[in-house]
Design a protein around this ligand. Structure first.
Ligand SMILES: NC(=O)c1ccc[n+]([C@@H]2O[C@H](COP(=O)([O-])OP(=O)(O)OC[C@H]3O[C@@H](n4cnc5c(N)ncnc54)[C@H](O)[C@@H]3O)[C@@H](O)[C@H]2O)c1
Ligand SMILES: CC(=O)N[C@@H]1[C@@H](OP(=O)(O)OP(=O)(O)OC[C@H]2O[C@@H](n3ccc(=O)[nH]c3=O)[C@H](O)[C@@H]2O)O[C@H](CO)[C@@H](O)[C@@H]1O
Length: 450
C-alpha cells in the first residue's frame, strides 16, 4: 500500500473538504466521525463563523451534531492556507448553469486552491461536485497541470459524485457511491477514503464514467417527472384523474417507477444537471432532443399552473389584481428549507406581477426574495388569513401542514399535490385531475364538482 493509502487506513490522513454546503458539511461530519482530522474550507466567512459556533444552516446536520463534530476536531476555515498539509481534498463547490452552459468557475477556482496548498506528493483529489461528462479531463486535470502538478502521479485524481438525499429516507452511509478514476492506484486510493464513510463504493474505469453515471441518474429522473407533468395536462383535458391513474400504474411490481406531477421541478440537481448532459451532447455532435424537450416541459409548468389559478379565481368572481393568495409551501420539495429553483417562487412572481397580494407560509423557509422584495414566510398557517383569502395554493406537501384544517378554512383551493381532502363545499382545483376544476375548458361552477 502507498503511504497515502496507509494514512487513510489508519486514519492519520487529514481530509480537506472544499465547499461547506448541503454536500460539504455532511461530508465533513462523516469523515470526522470516521476518525479523520478534517479541515473544511469555504469562501463564505459568515458561513464559517456560524459553523465554528455550532450554528448549522444545513438541515441534514443539526446544531448538536455540528457542535459534536467541531469538538471532535472538524476545523471550518475561510483561510485556504489552513488546507496546507491535507492529504486528501474533496470538492463540494457549486456547479450551476449560465445560459445553458455549465458554470465550472467554482470547480476551477477550488482546484487551483488545492494545487496551491496541497503537499508536493502523495495527495488525493476528489471531485464530488456534479460536473459534465469530461470535466475532469477538460477542467480539473488542466488546472492542476497549469499549477505545475502531474495528475495521476504527484496528485491522484478521482470523481465521486455525491448522492446524498436531503430530507430523504436513506441515511448517508446506506447510499453506494460511484468512484471513478483513470488508474488502479487512483481508484483504489479514492475507494479507501470513501469506504470509511459509506457501506459500498462502486469502482468504474474512468472519471468520465462516474461523471456520466451521475448525469444518467438525474436525467432519468427529470425526464420521467416531465412525463408525469405532461400526463397531468393530458388528464386535465381528457377527464382523467392522473393521480389515481398513476397510483394504479404504480401497483406494477416491476418495470415501473412512480413519478407524480407537481407545480414544477426545483432544487439544485434535477432541473440543472441534465443541462450539463445536453450541453456536452451538442458539443460532441449528438442532439438529445428527448432531454431538451423534457427540460422545456418542466420549465413551462409554473406558468401553466399560474394560468389555472387565474382561471379558478375568475370563475369564482375574483380578478388577480384584487386577489389575496395564501401560498402553502415555498421550498422546492417537502420537508426541506431549500428554495433553489423552487417553482413556488416562479408562481409567486407571476402572481405579484399580476397584482395579487401573496401570503407565503412555509415552516422550513425563513426568507425568500421575490420580485426584489424580501418575504418571511409564516412558519404556521394563520386560520384567519386563510379564511379571508380568495385562494389557498397547496404547492409543497410538508409534513407539518394540516391539510384537514386547510380544507376547512379555505374559500377556494388550488391543490398541486393531490393532498388536500374534500371538505363540504370548499371548491378545489386539483392539478392533474380532469374531474375537478382544472382548466378554462373544463372549469365548472363549484356545485358541479364530483
Ligand atoms: N444539494 C444536494 O442535494 C446535492 C446532491 C448531490 C450533488 N450535489 C452537488 O454538490 C455540489 C455542491 O452542492 P451544494 O448543494 O452543497 O451547494 P451549496 O451552495 O449548498 O454549498 C456550496 C458551498 O461552496 C462554497 N464555495 C463556493 N465557491 C467556493 C470555492 N471556490 N472554494 C470554497 N468554497 C466555495 C459556497 O460558499 C457554499 O457554502 C454541486 O455540484 C451540486 O450539484 C448537491
Ligand atoms: C444526490 C442527488 O442528486 N439527489 C437527487 C435529489 O434530487 P432532489 O433533492 O432535487 O429531489 P427530487 O425528489 O428529485 O425533486 C426534484 C424536484 O422534482 C419534483 N418532483 C419530484 C418527484 C416527482 O415524482 N415529481 C416531482 O414533481 C420535486 O417536487 C422537486 O421540485 O434527491 C432525489 C431523491 O429524492 C435523487 O433521486 C436525486 O438524484
Amino acid at each position: 500500500m502507498s503511504s497515502l493509502q496507509n494514512k487513510i487506513a489508519d486514519r492519520t490522513a487529514t481530509v480537506g473538504v472544499i465547499g461547506l454546503g448541503y454536500v460539504g458539511l455532511p461530508l465533513s461530519q462523516h469523515f470526522t466521525d470516521a476518525g479523520f482530522d478534517v479541515v473544511g474550507f469555504d469562501v463564505d466567512e459568515e458561513r464559517v463563523s456560524r459553523l465554528r459556533v455550532g450554528d448549522s444552516y444545513v438541515d441534514d446536520v443539526d446544531d448538536d451534531t455540528l457542535t459534536e463534530t467541531v469538538a471532535r476536531g472538524f476545523r471550518p476555515t475561510a483561510d485556504p492556507a489552513k488546507l496546507a498539509g491535507c492529504d486528501a481534498f474533496v470538492l463540494a463547490v457549486p456547479t450551476g448553469v449560465e445560459s445553458g452552459t455549465p458554470d465550472m468557475g467554482a470547480v476551477r477556482q477550488a482546484t487551483r486552491t488545492v494545487a496551491e496548498y496541497a503537499p508536493d506528493r502523495d495527495v488525493l483529489f476528489v471531485c464530488s461536485s456534479t460536473v459534465y461528462p469530461g470535466a475532469a479531463d477538460e477542467v480539473i486535470r488542466p488546472a492542476l497541470e497549469n499549477s505545475g502538478r502531474i495528475p495521476g502521479d504527484d496528485i491522484l485524481v478521482s470523481v465521486v459524485p455525491e448522492r446524498l438525499n436531503p430530507g430523504g429516507e436513506y441515511d448517508f452511509e446506506e447510499i453506494p457511491l460511484v468512484v471513478g478514476a483513470d488508474s488502479v492506484r487512483e481508484r483504489e486510493t479514492a475507494q479507501a477514503l470513501f469506504d470509511s464513510v459509506v457501506a459500498e463504493t462502486v469502482p468504474v474505469g474512468e472519471t468520465i464514467t462516474a461523471e456520466s453515471a451521475k448525469m444518467i441518474e438525474n436525467t432519468y429522473r427529470m425526464v420521467n417527472i416531465a412525463f408525469a407533468n405532461q400526463f397531468a395536462e393530458f388528464a386535465e383535458n381528457a377527464g382523467v384523474d392522473a393521480w389515481e391513474a398513476i397510483d394504479a400504474a404504480g401497483t406494477k411490481p416491476f418495470g415501473f417507477q412512480k413519478f407524480t406531477p407537481g407545480p414544477g421541478v426545483g432544487g439544485h440537481c434535477i432541473p440543472v444537471d441534465p443541462q450539463y448532459l445536453t450541453w456536452r451532447a451538442k458539443q460532441t455532435g449528438t442532439g438529445l432532443s428527448l432531454v431538451d424537450n423534457a427540460i422545456e416541459v418542466n420549465e413551462a409548468v409554473p406558468s401553466r399552473v399560474f394560468g389555472q389559478i387565474k382561471t379558478a379565481l375568475s370563475a369564482h368572481g375574483t380578478d388577480l389584481d384584487d386577489a389575496s393568495v395564501v401560498v402553502l409551501g415555498m421550498s422546492y420539495k417537502p420537508n426541506v428549507g431549500d428554495i433553489r429553483n423552487s417553482p413556488a417562487l416562479d408562481i409567486c412572481e407571476l402572481l405579484i406581477n399580476a397584482g395579487a397580494s401573496i401570503h407565503p407560509v412555509d415552516p422550513h423557509v425563513d426568507e425568500a426574495v421575490i420580485v426584489d422584495e424580501r418575504y418571511e414566510p409564516a412558519s404556521a398557517i394563520d386560520r384567519g388569513t386563510l379564511r379571508s383569502a380568495d385562494i389557498a395554493l397547496f404547492l409543497v406537501n410538508h409534513d407539518k401542514f394540516d391539510t384537514d384544517k386547510i380544507a376547512e378554512d379555505s374559500n377556494l383551493i388550488f391543490d398541486a399535490q393531490n393532498a388536500v381532502p374534500e371538505y363540504n363545499d370548499t371548491p378545489v382545483v386539483r392539478l392533474g385531475d380532469g374531474n375537478s376544476e382544472v382548466s378554462s375548458s373544463s372549469l365548472k361552477s363549484p356545485v358541479s364538482r364530483r
